[in-house]
Design a binder for this molecule. Structure first.
Ligand SMILES: [Zn+2]
Length: 306
């Protein structure tokens, strides 16, 4: 299985357009050792021909252009055989609307995420201009689903959606009661080898369900949004704690680094990293702490062969 990180930042990206925090200022000025990052999206493929995007970020156009394997091979063509959505956050879905140039799309999502995106959304009509423009494949929790390649042929990959502690997207708060299908992770299995990628980019707590989702994975991507619970408050950027936004911080006694200390996988990678997080700086003590535990921090363009 080939895995390519197209974008590794949380919503807003790094730097974020309206942010003057030390990290965002530093990366603009070149005053810190850190690379800019686009918003979270990862491409996976079993054969290097048919690719699947995990989430469709607002920066999808530059992300596709950044990776030659995703470029068209004909006058109207895309190697992107499907797009999988972990939740309805705009930084995971908005890219769908950018793929409106009269081309059929296949989107894998839970029923909740589908309805959250399509219901009462006048802009979604741009993806309903012809029959079959978007084919939705419903992901049921705990049921493995084949990922179809071109012309419905097997792609060599299958996915299982697992419910993760989380929240519905901000713009749907109060619209529906919270539901287990609001926020999922993926267990993506390569048929030929059985190798497993666990993709958990939004996680509010380490629970037994999280350990189940990680079980047997050769490679794990995990929520690296914040280092500490009060990161935004301490920087004067807002009043919300990480917990209010359903993101378990990386650091601290209750953080994911400590909570997953006993978990072993071939590769363990933090992704969906917010621009305020000190692990973005190559020479920070927080980065060193993460690496000392065997984790790495995703960067745009990172490639993994499983
Ligand atoms: Zn910032």
């Amino acid at each position: 299985m080939r895995v390519r990180v197209l974008g590794s930042a949380a919503g807003g990206g790094f730097p974020q357009w309206n942010c003057g925090c030390p990290n965002c200022r530093g990366v603009r000025d070149g005053a810190i050792r850190a690379a800019p990052r686009t918003q979270e999206s990862v491409a996976v493929s079993a054969d290097g021909e048919a690719w699947f995007l995990l989430n469709a970020s607002p920066e999808i156009r530059v992300q596709i252009e950044s990776f030659a394997a995703l470029h068209p091979r004909g006058p109207r063509d895309s190697p992107i055989a499907g797009i999988l959505l972990t939740n309805g956050d705009l930084d995971h879905c908005l890219g769908l609307l950018s793929l409106r140039e009269t081309y059929p799309l296949t989107v894998y999502a839970t029923d909740r995420v589908r309805h959250g995106f399509t219901d009462d959304n006048i802009l979604y009509r741009t993806l309903e201009r012809f029959d079959g423009q978007v084919t939705w494949r419903v992901l049921k929790l705990g049921r493995e689903e084949e990922l179809a390649g071109p012309a419905g042929k097997p792609s060599g990959l299958a996915v299982e959606a697992v419910a993760l502690p989380g929240k519905p997207p901000l713009h749907l708060h109060g619209r529906f009661p919270p539901d287990r299908e609001d926020n999922v992770g993926f267990r993506i299995r390569e048929r030929a080898t059985g190798r497993l990628l666990a993709y958990l980019s939004g996680v509010a707590a380490v629970t037994p369900a999280v350990f189940d989702a990680l079980d047997g994975a050769a490679c794990v991507f995990f929520d690296g949004t914040f280092w500490s619970n009060d990161e935004l408050i301490a920087l004067g950027l807002g009043s919300q704690r990480a917990a209010d936004m359903a993101h378990l911080p990386v650091g601290g006694p209750g953080g994911s680094l400590a909570g997953l200390a006993d978990h072993r996988a071939g590769r363990r990678i933090y992704i969906h990293v917010n621009n305020t997080n000190p692990i973005l700086r190559d020479d920070s003590p927080e980065r060193a702490a993460v690496e000392a535990q065997g984790w790495t921090v995703a960067h745009d363009g990172m490639e993994i062969e499983l």
